[in-house]
Design a protein around this ligand. Sequence first.
Ligand code: DHB
Ligand code: FE
Length: 254
Amino acid sequence: MSNNRIHAVVSDIVNGIRQVLVRHGVTFDEYRAGVMYAVKTGEAGEIPLMLDVFLNSTVSDIENAAYGGTEGTIEGPYYLPNAPIIPNGGEILTYDDDRNVPMVVRGTVKDLEGQPIAGATVDIWHSTPDGYYGGIHNDIPANYYRGKVLTDSEGRYFVRSTVPVPYKIPDQGPTGALLEMMGGHSWRPAHVHFKVRADGYHTLTTQSYFEQGDYVEDDCCNGVRPVQVKPDVRENGEKVIENDFQLAPDVIAS
Ligand code: DHB
Ligand code: FE
């Protein structure tokens, strides 16, 4: 980011905040309370969480408009770059659990002309049946509930896993407290995360959600876009999440 761009963006942020302070007649005590709130958020290690909750989806929308291809959405804080490679047709590691609903995650990766992209990496991660992430929560190993599958010569990928559930972002800290003070809640609808990469293409970060699922219409992170909400398809007792991803070239469309 050039110094000019930093100047342009940061001055506009400061001017925007000044206008809000004036519009609401914010007092010095309120301003100080806000500063202390920012300090607490930092101390709790929740600066990324707080900024992502309010702003990441807007940046995703900007990238969607700039690049084209399948609509991206928020990455969330639990992406880990070193997920295991799962053979095409194989299974993501999951625990045996009475609550497991088997899930097939499949589809294709193509370019904007509809030509298959072979050897694209589809990196998938999602929660356990009780809403936790491998490598992040409760000592679940980092190679569980996440994996990378490479597309075949026709751009196809296919893995098995288990259905995730709605996820409550940490609500003990300042971010959850703020959402609740604002009359909201800290739930995200059940979702499967994807990061799709291929040489020469803009990396797509997106999610799939389940039609009729709790919080799909009311995501605390504003991360749901209608095309990402998947119909309830079941085959032989397995829930099917199908995505035909289209990757845009790695240049901003003019
Ligand atoms: C958060 C967690 C997620 O799993 C996600 O997809 C997005 C946000 C969070 O804790 O903020
Ligand atoms: Fe998530």
